[in-house]
Design a protein around this ligand. Structure first.
Ligand code: HEC
Length: 119
């Protein structure tokens, strides 16, 4: 009995490590999917009303096209700050402070950043 417990205690954590790698990749994909959903949702991000992005239809052009994001935003935090509160960088911005005003949740802000970095 004790031997069996010892085996479980010792091997348990090792066995748990194996599937985690796959889970992390799935979590990333889920965040990217959530980010796109929130960005395109007219009642949430509604980013398309001002930005051309991805395969979104009928985009507005008040903001710059969201392309080559990873190259243009090597620092993830700079991109996150733009979505959380654009007024920090440009006090006259017409882009809504999505995070600061709670228009979308913290998690949704992170998901949008994950998604934008795939564009
Ligand atoms: C009402 C129009 C409007 C909406 C809605 C809007 N933006 Fe913007 N966005 C702008 C403008 C204008 C700029 C130019 C910089 C500034 O004024 O802040 C900008 C800048 C940006 C930038 C910096 C781009 C660059 O090339 O420097 C990013 C990234 C961005 N917006 C992402 C988003 C995302 C993601 C959403 C949706 C969650 C969104 N925006 C919604 C108007 C908007």
């Amino acid at each position: 009995m004790l031997k069996r417990i010892a085996v479980v205690v010792l091997l348990g954590p090792l066995l748990m490590l194996a599937p985690t790698a796959g889970l992390v990749a799935n979590a990333d994909e889920a965040m990217v999917a959530l980010g796109k959903e929130v960005a395109f949702d007219r009642r949430k991000g509604n980013c398309l009303s001002c930005h051309m992005m991805d395969n979104g239809s009928l985009p507005g052009n008040q903001g710059p096209a969201l392309v080559a994001m990873k190259a243009r935003f090597p620092d993830r935090e700079v991109l996150r700050a733009q979505i959380y509160n654009p007024l920090e960088k440009n006090p006259h911005s017409i882009m809504p402070p999505f995070g600061l005003h709670g228009i979308i949740s913290e998690k949704e802000v992170d998901a949008i950043v994950d998604y934008l970095l795939t564009l």
